[in-house]
Ligand binder design. Structure first.
Ligand SMILES: [Zn+2]
Length: 349
């Protein structure tokens, strides 16, 4: 088993100003920098100050607005000969793009997320467009993760709610994994379970649930990193993704207007945890409520009809992926819950 984990890890306010210093410490002098849409305008000045003071050279700079696999290959092979590291600044798309370039070229990637809408910024997988269709590919776990919590605090709230939704889903994902072990003897990696459970527990047990509190944000960021590492440890998405993720993927395919990944996952987690009779069902409800997730989603609800379609389709999303939804009787039970549970009906309309 060959496991990589992020070596450079900095999560703190104003970390962006020290990015150059962190890179120099790792002897990454010549770097290719990729920005997500709109972020160069926002952060170029800080990055330049930080790189200049540490004498870091930007040998390539680009703004990414697609993650089509053909663009990634084109970019990868047109980079200058000597690049020490790839730096990805922005959201999921640019980070996935860069993770795949790093994977092709066997270069280290430093992920600098400017929002925390899911656990992808520290995970080994990348969601890419292959022939116009979204596909999860094995890529490379980032060598470094640098998160400026001041930037995260200023990012739109729905991104952070999405990150919280993605994190809380570890309870239902782990439940499904253990269920798969009992039903079809799928092996469970106990250490990955421990890491993933600890990640969500840290967020749940942290005293503050205020998404503008820098210390709470630092904890959420750390937990999302840990969740990404759990996937690397197990060599699969099992510790981070169960039936709630299948519903979210199905919703992406079926819904007229899909929402953010973690918002969909958080809503599905609440429903699935009820179906599983999961001991953390109440904890899930309470965390989603205390953080403001429920309030936000009830003002921007998912489409109820599309959600029901997604539940029906969810067992077909991934082949040989046993979850609580594999048993057809459970689909009817869950649909009944979606139709009738009054609390859940705050989240769908
Ligand atoms: Zn996820």
């Amino acid at each position: 088993m060959n496991i990589s984990i992020p070596t450079l890890l900095r999560i703190k306010p104003n970390a962006i100003y020290k990015l150059g210093k962190y890179l120099r410490k790792e002897s990454f002098i010549r770097v290719a920098v990729f920005y997500g849409t709109g972020l160069k305008e926002m952060l170029k000045e800080q990055i330049t100050i930080s790189f200049d003071s540490s004498e870091i050279q930007t040998v390539h700079e680009d703004t990414i607005n697609s993650n089509a696999v053909e663009d990634i290959f084109k970019t990868a092979f047109s980079l200058p000969g000597k690049v020490d590291a790839i730096v990805a600044i922005g959201g999921g798309k640019v980070i996935d793009y860069c993770k795949y370039i790093a994977f092709i070229l066997k270069l280290p990637i430093i992920s600098v997320p400017t929002s925390i809408s899911n656990d992808g910024f520290a995970s080994p997988g990348a969601s890419l467009l292959v022939n116009g269709k979204r596909k999860s590919q094995k890529a490379q776990i980032p060598y470094g993760v640098v998160i400026d919590t001041e930037i995260i605090r200023k990012s739109p709230d729905y991104y952070t709610y999405s990150g919280i939704g993605d994190l809380i889903s570890k309870y239902t994902a782990i439940f499904d994994w253990k269920l798969a072990y009992r039903a079809v003897q799928e092996p469970v990696n106990d250490f990955a379970v421990l890491i993933s459970t600890n990640a969500v527990d840290v967020m749940v047990n942290y005293k503050s649930k205020d998404i503008k509190d820098l210390s709470f944000l630092r904890h959420i960021c750390g937990c999302l990193v840990t969740s990404g590492v759990a996937m690397e440890v197990s060599g699969s998405s099992r510790p981070a993704s169960g039936s709630e993720h299948l519903i979210s993927h199905a919703y992406d395919m079926k819904a007229k207007k899909p929402s953010l990944h973690g918002l969909q996952v958080g809503v599905a987690t609440y429903a699935v945890s009820w179906l599983q009779n999961n001991p953390e069902h109440e904890t899930i409800r309470s965390v989603l409520e205390q953080t403001g997730f429920v309030d936000y989603v009830s003002k921007n609800p998912l489409d109820k009809t599309d959600f029901i379609e997604a539940v029906k389709y969810a067992p077909n999303v991934k082949e040989n992926y046993y979850t609580i939804l594999t048993d057809k009787n459970n689909l009817d039970k869950l649909i009944d819950f979606v139709n009738n549970d009054s609390y859940f009906n705050r989240l769908v309309k």
